[in-house]
Unconditional design. Sequence first.
Lengths: 305, 396
Amino acid sequence: MSTRPTSALGATFATLATLTLTTLVACGDDHDHVHVDAAPPDAVVIDAPTTQAVAIRFAAKVGGAPFACGQAYAGIGTSAASYVGADFRFFVSAPALIPAGGGAPVPITLDVNANQTADGVALLDFEDNTGTCQTGTAATYTTLTGTVPTGSYAGIAFTLGIPADRNHLDPALATAPYNAPGMLWAWQSGYKFVKIDGVVGGAGFNLHVGSTGCPGTDPQQPPTGACVNPNRAAIALTGFDAATDTIVADIAPVLAGEDVAVNTAMTAPGCMSFPGDPECDTIFPKLGLPYGAAAAGPQLLFTVP
Amino acid sequence: MRALALALGVATIAGCGDDGRAALDGGVDAGLDAPIDAAPPSWPFALPAGFPVPRLPPDQRLTAELAELGRYLFYDVRLSANGTQACGSCHLQARAFADGKVTPSGSTGTVLRRNAMGLTNVAYNPSYTWASPVTRTLEAQALIPMFGKHPVELGISGHEPEILARLSADAGYVARFAAAFPGEAEPIAFGNVARALAAFQRRLISGGSRVDRYRQGDLTALTDAELRGQALFFSEVLECHHCHGGFNFTIATDHAGLPSQEPHFFNTGLYASYPASDPGLWEFTFLEADRGRFRPPTLRNIALTAPYMHDGSVATLEEVVDIYARGGRLIVGGPDAGDGRTNPNKSPLVNGFTITVEERADLLAFLRALTDDAFVADPTLADPFAPPPASPQEHP
């Protein structure tokens, strides 16, 4: 590089700019590197810094304390119960950063790995399958990684859940993370978008959020139409800088209006999204979701401290 | 719907020079594309429609010759020291490879402490035996009944040369070992016996129940009662599917493509205090919370594998449903008296439920519809030493 004259470098930049434009017109995609195949021999190939890597850190908490399997947390819900952590996983999709100057959120292109897909879905996993956590995996996953166009951002937006067109894949054949143990209801109803479980006085108080009212007569078939209650919450957090901030998911404010020591007989232990479960009445609104007659409120699960 | 899913996959791939997308969609599409009951490239045997490819331990291989050798060994009483028992003595095909006893006896008469499990779909197990987190392959599991001394099952320990000599003296085995282990100078060895037994058991795949036929589009395959039972099974009131969900009807399921091979164990409240003779997972971890935790078996062919639970202490499927409806078993009197609902380690999903007599019958009907009649009659899985069925009289 040091041997190249300045003028040649300038010429390469010009070529690069043209090729970049061609690439964008042709594909409208977001390749992070432009490879200049047409450059003359021994030319300097310069990667145009059109995108930047981004890591979105999440932390799971219960009443301000870090979540851990088997850990007891005091003062949860209206009866100030002792709540033992038993699971803490959720799917997010369509993650995007909000430009500092305003404007539409800019999608994050997720890296593809066992927890993240090319279609923008990721499973965040804070349980390690020890102690009271019995339906999960030893591995945890707490940071989204990907790329965004180079720029200045001041917030983040994502969907809590899996998009409808990926929510009803054949579960026996689906690839990671769609095959995570414990995160599937059934083919018809799709995935548990959120699985945050606790044990209170020996009984389970489980929060399972997913789509309900998915039409069809066979749980082991995909639904025959759109689910009546998608139950996907749109989350937007301002004042978020990926370089320095961590998104905190704290379940305690979401459970604050329920007596987690009590479960209505003949309903799911805790709140599992299905209609007619009184334990969902105050929880869903705090996730930014409507439930029965209860309107959606501001979501209280995620904050940027 | 399969066609729709396939179209969506193709549409995704048809974008510009994709990068990694192909890995995801390729996996899904490969399955959807596959014709029914065709053997996938990495698995030499046919798999039921909609079943993922099992995970083969990385240092093992699977061939038809290896599995066929394993079939002979599985049913051969010469594998036990005293020539009285084979694997198949306690794993009967007609009972989905369980044996119908509370607990079986080994070849020398020792009564075992645990129920002989059915072997349906063991190729998909993330772990083996009722409660071991460390026995992760069928090859490793086979060594337990072969060589175990506490209890003695086949009782090979101390009789190794004698048993190898029996196999070496049989020209059929000489040929089968040579075919299964081509190029090996001394193929008749116990490591290879375990490999062959494992290979045969990987063929014990069942996906042909009436529930499967319904799923594949035969809407006449299930009765109205069975369909009502299926809806109950997958409901958020009964909660059965949390531990017995997925294509294999157990969360303790592994296959190729899963990021990790995760064992699962649950305490179902079978005892208020589990008998000291069998504390389950605790034996490996010494954690109090692991007392009474056992692996949830597949519910496929469950109607054939009575009696139930790790110790065979529940005689019928009706009683199993009643125990879960109660949220734990009540034992009145005797050394194990107590209310299983009070067990501190009981899974919080075993919460109890109330169902009507009709709903109970529907649920049981659904469970019985998980029986795969072709699997238990498949001649290629049968005892090769059994006398052939009488051929029909010919009338020229």
